[in-house]
Design a protein around this ligand. Structure first.
Ligand SMILES: NC(=O)C1=CN([C@@H]2O[C@H](COP(=O)(O)OP(=O)(O)OC[C@H]3O[C@@H](n4cnc5c(N)ncnc54)[C@H](O)[C@@H]3O)[C@@H](O)[C@H]2O)C=CC1
Ligand SMILES: Nc1nc(O)c(N)c(N[C@@H]2O[C@H](COP(=O)(O)O)[C@@H](O)[C@H]2O)n1
Length: 277
């Protein structure tokens, strides 16, 4: 038997029970026509609520222990979703590198989540050399599903399908300022139709800020945030959803976590909770 890859991560079993109430139940039944996946919103933030130094600069916030925790979350979800901004900026791997996952000491693709990229206008110019496709080719991850509102180029489609991924058409609307908008309920429904019972949504800023809008809060089952003891400073990608207002037009908090639990992982704090009481 070959030794596990050098980037294999270890997440001790005594750290796992704390997370259990915030994770999809282990034996989720297959999706039905009306079900939505168990949805976890999870990301790492600085003390000034930023995800990265700027949209194009991959920024390590999680320390080794909380990074291993994130990979344990990947092990426990069927899918991992990011926005195209993150795919372009980070060239991410989006696989699970925990010891025991497929390609990391485990059989086949066991425990490897399906990467999903929300790319409404077909902006992601991935190629066979992108990390996610290389990992799929070497049996250490799955090829992505790309959710898009446009007709994909033939060459891109062939590369993606050759690796085991696919493009999935979704409804995209253009809003007044030229922005694209998807209904998160539709996105989750599409994932469910693909047989995916759970999804962790990792970011980036635009994805998180839109999910934290009032109409989307009921779609999120669990929130798990890593807080790193650092201030990134002005100019980064900020998590700060649009503010709400009461009936009299007075400002209110956009969202609040309930049933909150905290756990230190190395120098980071991990906060878990629910958006809807
Ligand atoms: N610290 C962390 O845990 C994470 C950090 N990041 C960082 O975040 C940064 C990228 O964030 P962003 O630039 O905000 O990009 P993003 O990853 O949120 O992608 C933005 C794009 O996704 C699409 N999109 C997002 N929400 C949509 C909606 N509701 N409807 C339709 N389309 C939608 C649009 O095409 C939009 O341009 C990168 O620097 C990355 O490193 C990303 C994920 C996690
Ligand atoms: N949990 C967490 N901590 C950080 O410090 C991060 N920068 C991120 N970023 C997210 O993870 C993706 C990279 O994953 P791979 O290691 O390449 O598999 C990145 O694209 C962000 O989604 N997350």
């Amino acid at each position: 038997m070959s030794p596990p890859p050098r980037d294999t991560l270890y997440f001790p079993s005594d750290h796992r029970p704390f997370l259990e109430p915030h994770l999809p139940p282990p034996n989720l039944p297959p999706p039905t026509p009306t079900s939505l996946p168990f949805t976890t919103l999870t990301f790492a933030t600085s003390l000034d609520s930023q995800l990265s130094l700027s949209p194009g600069v991959p920024t390590a916030l999680s320390g080794p222990q909380s990074k291993a925790m994130t990979h344990y979350l990947r092990l426990r979800h069927d899918a991992i979703l990011i926005g195209v901004g993150t795919a372009v900026a980070d060239n991410p791997s989006l696989n699970c590198r925990i010891s025991g996952a497929g390609g990391y000491g485990g059989e086949g693709l066991m425990g490897q989540p399906r990467p999903v990229v929300l790319d409404p206008r077909g902006r992601w110019d991935f190629g066979a050399r992108s990390k996610v496709l290389e990992l799929a080719g070497s049996g250490r991850g799955r090829a992505p599903y790309i959710l898009t509102g446009t007709e994909p180029e033939k060459e891109k489609r062939e590369i993606l399908e050759g690796a085991g991924g696919k493009f999935i058409r979704i409804r995209v609307t253009r809003v007044s300022d030229g922005e694209n908008k998807v209904e998160w309920k539709n996105v989750l429904r599409v994932l469910s139709e693909e047989g995916l019972r759970s999804v962790m949504i990792e970011g980036g800023g635009a994805v998180i800020n839109s999910l934290l809008q009032a109409e989307n809060l009921p779609l999120v089952n669990s929130v798990i945030v890593t807080i790193a003891p650092t201030w990134l400073g002005v100019g980064g990608v900020v998590v700060s959803p649009p503010r709400c207002h009461d009936d009299g037009g007075n400002p209110m908090a956009a969202a609040r976590l309930h049933y909150v639990q905290w756990h230190p992982f190395g120098e980071d704090m991990v906060m878990c909770g629910k958006l809807i009481p």
